[in-house]
Design a protein around this ligand. Structure first.
Ligand code: NAD
Ligand code: UGA
Length: 332
């Protein structure tokens, strides 16, 4: 499936760096890049030899000669040697998650999302890396009136996490304005899901609850809506952002439609053939009611649009989860 119009052919990338490559989005991106013939240096502070999630995310990738994995923390490692001869750095490393950013972990959010990004950008300027694609977030918009958010809208981050993602994005734009600075695209991903989605995220938890029969904790009334984005769509947009010469600035990457958490639960129930047992919990601070992406700029600049609808994406996600737990049989 191609997601690009003829007006925006995506040139092949020769050699790139992917930070956060042991994570959910980074591991999918790295795999797609090597499949298209690109050599990838993956960098992540999680060691796939000792961290089970990183090991699973990188399982088949590490066998490929086109992929080299470096276990390093971007807050203090030497970054320049990694960048030599790279066409693009896809900087996805960071501490994600809205709700845990209140409280004592904020130092890690700040140092990994902001300080480490500053180090990456300084290294790019010194080495002359032409393009940086950075993972920003729909959370930078904060609460909205429910209308689609465009990149030119006012930003009002409502959680400490969102503040660090906005700072990261702004830092990138400041570096790109410097003489000799890289050209930077900040992708505002909207709640990405699919195989190997982080286990703290809702769709993963809903499908897991449907498969296992264990209860699902619902924060709030379940009417909050997200512009859920399938991982393959997010990856295609990300590669285009690295390769297309004219791309610059923030760009929304959304799934093209919104769904409420209750709708997700209904789809999961239907796919598995068993009703999820719900446990109601309080809504969390910083958790916005609705995210909805205006995809006009993504279409215009990247020639990209999402292709995978929620039902198909959740089915693929479920198949992957079920294959990891063959003992879990479906009710239907
Ligand atoms: P993830 O946690 O699966 O992956 C992030 C990776 O970054 C992890 O493997 C982690 O070890 C690594 N990392 C963190 N700090 C690091 C450091 N200091 N040095 C080296 N490696 C470090 O998360 P994800 O869901 O794949 O998200 C990837 C990026 O996209 C993050 O920056 C996140 O903020 C952003 N994002 C994600 C979503 C989403 O829906 N998943 C939406 C919007 C933005
Ligand atoms: C997700 C990612 O976790 C963030 O890193 C990212 O920046 C953000 O998307 C984004 O789009 O920018 P979020 O939308 O909160 O954040 O995604 P989920 O963690 O999947 O949560 C979605 C909704 O489900 C939230 O309202 C949350 O409160 C709810 N939820 C989550 C539950 O009710 N129960 C759970 O067990 C988990």
């Amino acid at each position: 499936m191609s997601q690009h119009t003829a007006a925006h052919p995506v040139p092949a990338l020769r050699r790139v760096v992917v930070t956060g490559s042991a994570g959910f989005i980074g591991s999918h991106l790295s795999r797609a890049l090597i499949q298209s013939g690109t050599k990838v240096v993956g960098v992540d502070r999680r060691d796939p030899g000792t961290d089970a999630t990183a090991g699973a995310n990188l399982a088949r990738l590490r066998e490929r000669p086109e992929y080299v994995h470096i276990t390093a923390d971007l807050r203090d490692c030497s970054i320049e040697p990694l960048l030599i001869d790279a066409d693009v750095i896809f900087h996805l490393a960071g501490v994600p998650g809205v709700r845990p950013s209140w409280g004592p972990r904020f130092g890690d959010y700040l140092s990994s999302n902001v300080l480490a990004t500053h180090r990456v950008l300084e290294a790019c300027s010194r080495i002359g890396t032409p393009r940086v694609v950075v993972a920003s977030s729909s959370s930078v918009y904060g609460p909205t009136d429910g209308a689609a958010s465009a990149e030119t809208d006012r930003l009002a981050p409502a959680s400490p996490y969102a503040v660090t993602k906005l700072a990261e994005e702004q830092l990138c734009l400041a570096h790109s304005g410097k003489l000799g600075g890289p050209s930077v695209v900040a992708l505002r991903y909207f709640t990405v899901y699919g195989p190997r989605q982080r286990s703290d995220m809702f769709i993963h938890r809903a499908l897991q609850a449907a498969l296992t029969g264990q209860p699902l904790r619902l924060y709030g009334d379940g009417h909050q809506r997200r512009d859920f984005t399938y991982i393959d769509d997010a990856v295609t947009a990300t590669i285009a952002a690295g390769a297309i010469p004219a791309a610059h600035g923030p760009i929304n990457v959304g799934g093209g439609a919104t769904a409420s958490l209750l709708e997700i639960i209904n789809i999961a129930n239907g796919l598995v053939g068993r009703d999820i047992q719900l446990e109601y919990d309080h809504a969390h601070s910083g958790d916005v009611i609705t995210t909805r992406a205006d995809l006009g700029r993504a279409h215009k600049v990247l020639g990209w649009q999402p292709l995978v609808d929620l039902h198909s994406g959740m089915r693929a996600h479920l198949e992957d989860l079920a294959s990891q737990h063959p003992s879990l049989s479906r009710a239907a």
